[in-house]
Design a protein around this ligand. Structure first.
Ligand code: APR
Length: 262
């Protein structure tokens, strides 16, 4: 991570006509949130088929909600790190920057809200949309009707009858995340690929790039003639296609390459 390469990428990002950022769990690692596939990661301790599938929820909604309540409390106890903050700063500076995240921890949203609150002049413009491919732990949705809402309170998991229910139709609520075997939201997916295909640079940050269709987003930038920047301490299936790679934590690299123009 020489100063020259950092400067080269900083200029490339500033001059790019359209920037898209794809993040994975690694961007939240420095906030204390475990990734999925690193040693000791989430899938080393829990079996996804037992907890993150529609079948698991219909079989045992209480246990699934217990696990998600634990994950919600974990992420709410963590704070955005300099990597999240650097991305939030870029999104507020540039209307041609798009964030696509696989993360469900809500830390990008919180970083954006905090960056807006820190802005010198009051700004009541809506915050930029974050394309959340896999949903958000801090939102719930109804298992029957179309109700969806932000929800950050603790979940009462003493019994099935204490689990959260839809205020509109009374059915069980579930975490608004994409479970294994479920389709991603098609509008979010289309918007992600459209943003990638019209960006000159795609930053691929903190993802093992093994889960599709998310891992295909950076390829859309390449196919349109753009370049990849990979920020990840380890190599991934996309590493060989990146014009620049930084084998370092995103909390260190992103503030360097996304700094506002001098
Ligand atoms: N900075 C940048 N990258 C990091 C850091 C860090 N500080 N720490 C770890 N990483 C990298 C790891 O090297 C790894 O490549 O983050 C990546 C995390 O990979 P995964 O654990 O596989 O997480 P992710 O790529 O987000 O998984 C994709 O899989 O299980 C599903 O829905 C889940 O959204 C998740 C998807």
């Amino acid at each position: 991570m020489t100063p020259e390469r950092l400067q080269e990428v900083r200029e490339a990002v500033q001059e790019a006509d359209g920037v898209v950022i794809l993040t994975g769990a690694g961007v939240s690692a420095e906030s204390g949130i475990p990734t999925f596939r690193d040693p000791g990661g989430v899938w080393a301790r829990y079996r996804p088929e037992d907890l993150a599938t529609p079948g698991a929820f219909s079989r045992d909604p209480r246990t699934v909600w217990e696990w998600y309540d634990f994950r919600r409390r974990t992420v709410l106890a963590c704070t955005p790190n300099p990597g999240h903050e650097a991305i939030a700063g870029l999104l507020l500076q540039r209307s041609d920057a798009t964030l696509v995240t696989q993360n469900v921890d809500g830390l990008h949203q919180r970083a954006l809200e905090e960056a807006r609150a820190r802005e010198a002049k009051p700004n009541d413009e809506p915050l930029p949309d974050i394309l959340e491919l896999h949903g958000n732990l801090l939102r719930v949705r109804c298992t029957v009707c179309r109700m969806r809402a932000d929800h950050r309170e603790p979940i009462r998991t003493e019994g099935v009858d204490t689990l959260p229910r839809c205020p509109d139709c009374g059915a069980l609520l579930r975490p608004d995340v994409v479970w294994f075997g479920e389709m991603l939201n098609s509008a979010t997916l289309e918007a992600s690929f459209a943003a990638a295909a019209s960006a000159q640079i795609c930053l691929v940050v903190g993802t093992s790039a093994v889960v599709h269709p998310a891992a295909g987003v950076p390829v859309a930038t390449l196919q349109a003639g753009g370049d990849l920047v990979e920020v990840n301490p380890t190599t991934t299936p996309l590493s060989g296609r990146a014009r620049w790679t930084f084998r370092a934590p995103s909390g260190q690299v992103l503030p360097e390459i996304l700094a506002a123009p001098d």
